[in-house]
Design a protein around this ligand. Structure first.
Ligand code: ATP
Length: 299
């Protein structure tokens, strides 16, 4: 288990990470979210022991993360860092050796992973001759060649097409099943929602939301009502507790301040003709994210 406790990091006067705490269990996928500059990369670097926190502790399975332990960690950085003049094989022999693996083990795992990522024909190709998506696959393979117990994925899907996103997702889920603890950052809330059981939303280095996604959704008071049929947007807007009414391609979405207002909307809707749908839905993570980040910025 990874345990981050009361961790802070200053760059001169700037508090990049402010008293942050969270934990990631074995086989759990954890989302570290925030707008640009919120402190995600700084947190990852502290976990990887690349920079020292100014306060707090970071432990993996009860121990401080030191140089030896980094063999058990995989890190996919946001900025791509492949040595593009090397072949895929040369690159992986280099990364594998950094993780204390012998040549036979590296090549055996590489063969399997290249097949899994459907790029086995590129073993001896120079990296700069591969497409961006295939380079991303090679970078991902280099992060997992050591079969890490803790895997950090900073924007793993950037630059991938939908088919490859699915492929990456299925590999990540296999790693989870094998017991890897995974920390994941993305600006795409729909990806986070599909994946993460637990998350933190950072604003200026501080956690404004933290916990299990299920609980976060339950605690968030605002709810969505989806309506399909003959209703007037202007009438809906007048109902007490209705915050916004949005016409979408195939339906109307009404956001209410609290579940208790749903009956007022229902009382209006049931008097209208031709209603095909009336449904109360949980807010999306994107809605919660925008609302919480907005609140933190005083919007
Ligand atoms: P992004 O989503 O854009 O990658 P992030 O959430 O990863 O952002 P960080 O890179 O951790 O954010 O940066 C947090 C804050 O710390 C920012 O205000 C950034 O400008 C600042 N910062 C990061 N690294 C340094 C550094 N080496 N020296 C000074 N300030 C830094």
């Amino acid at each position: 288990m990874l345990e981050v406790k009361d961790v802070s990091k200053y760059y001169d006067d700037l508090k990049a990470v402010d008293n942050l705490s969270f934990s990631v269990n074995k086989g759990e996928i954890f989302g570290l979210l925030g707008v640009n500059g919120a402190g995600k990369t700084t947190t990852f670097r502290m976990i990887m022991n690349l920079i020292e926190p100014n306060g707090g502790t970071i432990k993996f399975n009860g121990k401080k993360i030191d140089y030896d332990m980094t063999d058990k960690i995989g890190f996919l950085t946001e900025e791509r860092s492949l040595m593009t003049k090397m072949t895929v094989k040369e690159q992986m022999l280099f990364y594998g050796a950094l993780k204390s693996l012998d040549k036979d083990t590296i090549l055996k795992r590489l063969n399997k992973l290249l097949k899994r990522f459907e790029i086995e024909e590129y073993l001896d190709r120079k990296i700069n001759t591969l497409s961006k998506g295939n380079q991303q696959k090679v970078q991902f393979i280099s992060a997992i060649i050591n079969e890490p117990k803790l895997l950090i994925l900073d924007e793993p899907f950037s630059g991938l097409d939908p088919i490859n996103i699915e492929l990456f997702k299925s590999v990540i889920l296999e790693l989870k099943e094998k017991g890897t603890s995974i920390i994941f950052s993305s600006h795409r809330m729909d990806h986070v929602e599909l994946f993460c059981e637990k998350l933190v939303i950072l604003v200026k280095g501080k956690a404004v939301i933290s916990g299990y996604l299920k609980d976060i959704k339950e605690e968030y008071k605002k709810k969505n009502i989806i309506i399909k049929g003959n209703v007037k947007i202007s009438d809906l807007k007048k109902i007490k507790g209705v915050l916004t009414v949005q016409k979408r391609a195939n339906d109307i979405m009404v956001v209410i301040d609290d579940k208790s207002y749903a009956k007022d909307v229902f009382n209006y809707v049931k008097k209208q003709d031709n209603i095909e749908k009336y449904e109360i839905a949980e807010p999306s993570l994107e809605q919660i994210f925008i609302s919480k980040v907005g609140e933190a910025y005083g919007k």
